[in-house]
Design a protein around this ligand. Structure first.
Ligand SMILES: Nc1nc2c(ncn2[C@@H]2O[C@H](COP(=O)(O)OP(=O)(O)O)[C@@H](O)[C@H]2O)c(=O)[nH]1
Ligand SMILES: [Mg+2]
Length: 309
């Protein structure tokens, strides 16, 4: 790390990655951190809560906050997800509006709900046009940049690709350069403040989303029933909750083939995460209409929390 002149104050700030579903916010968080912290799938509404990842720079700590895509909610789960996104924006020192560079002129209207959510932010908002790896030649971005420029006064506009890493150095520079003064709130080697259990449950949920099609889209919650962290080969038992018996049937599959595929994908991914072998046992359970029940949401960890918690 570069030595700092003694008079340079320490800087620290929260940076929220906001945007509509599926524009690549979680991919961008992972790419900026260089760690696969947040789950990513081709499906919208994959991310459900705020997730903080810490970037350490010389004399500065930048807390990146991944958020669920802001959308028109159906049910309590959708409301919780939007609340998480709005709370992260409300807490942030800087906001990055992540948009999809492939959209052409259709993009800005699709971002309307997000732009409305940002309308009252007094913090600087940067525009990140993501997925530029899919746009060639680069000049094809110009009309889109012009349209966004008319919608809001962005503090900076950075074309990036979370997939190829293009533009990320520029983005890091723009973000670190705008951090307010503040003391470090995380230990020097901290990557996140979520416990290991959270990432285990998310890895299982990612496996479910990847192995099931449109049939069981957003009705899945993963509850860890058992996780002996200290055992040489941890035994993990998890319940995968769905809302209806029909969804359970799909999730289990003919002769249990689907759940077997989910199980092996999840096991591989949890083993990568923990860096050791595990036993994984999955149970599919029907918890009727859980996405509409406040009690069930709380039980599965989708509980509204206070500021920066
Ligand atoms: N080509 C390309 N695809 C991307 C990029 N970033 C994300 N994606 C894909 O877009 C989809 C949604 O990504 P995700 O990060 O989950 O989006 P989120 O819902 O905004 O968090 C996934 O299939 C990603 O692989 C990118 O820079 N380039
Ligand atoms: Mg996401």
């Amino acid at each position: 790390m570069r030595a700092l002149p003694p008079e340079t104050p320490h800087r620290m700030g929260y940076v929220a990655l906001a945007g509509r579903p599926n524009v690549g916010k979680s991919t961008l968080l992972n790419a900026l951190l260089g760690e696969r912290l947040s789950i990513v799938t081709p499906r919208p509404e994959t991310t459900r809560d705020r997730l903080r990842g810490v970037l350490h720079g010389p004399g500065a700590q930048l807390v990146l906050v991944d958020t669920p895509g802001i959308h028109r909610p159906h049910g309590r789960l959708g409301e919780y997800m939007n609340h998480e996104a709005l709370a992260a924006i409300g807490d942030a020192d800087l906001v990055v509006l992540v948009a999809d560079a492939r959209d052409g002129h259709a993009g800005p209207p699709r971002d309307q709900v997000v732009l409305e959510a940002l309308a009252h932010t007094t913090r600087p908002v940067l525009l990140c046009l993501n997925k530029v790896d899919t746009v060639r030649p680069r000049t094809a971005l110009l009309p889109l940049l012009e349209v966004y420029g008319k919608l809001r006064d962005f503090a900076a506009v950075v074309p990036v690709s979370g997939d190829t890493g293009e533009g990320l150095d520029t983005l890091r520079g723009e973000l670190f350069g705008r951090l307010p003064e503040g003391v470090a709130l995380f230990p020097d080697d901290a990557l996140t403040d979520r416990p290991e259990r959270y990432f285990v449950a998310e890895a299982i949920r990612e496996a479910v989303l990847s192995e099931t099609g449109e049939e069981v889209p957003y009705a899945t919650a993963v509850e860890l029933e058992r996780f002996d962290e200290r055992a040489p080969i941890p035994h993990i038992t998890a319940s995968v909750h769905v809302e209806r018996p029909g969804q359970k049937k799909i999730m289990v599959g003919a002769r249990g083939e689907r759940i077997k595929a989910i199980g092996s994908r999840a096991r591989a991914s949890v083993e990568r995460l923990l860096g050791r072998k595990i036993f994984l046992e999955l149970w599919v359970k029907v918890t009727p209409d859980w996405t509409r029940s406040a009690a069930a949401l709380t039980r599965f960890g989708y509980e509204r929390r206070g500021k920066r918690s």
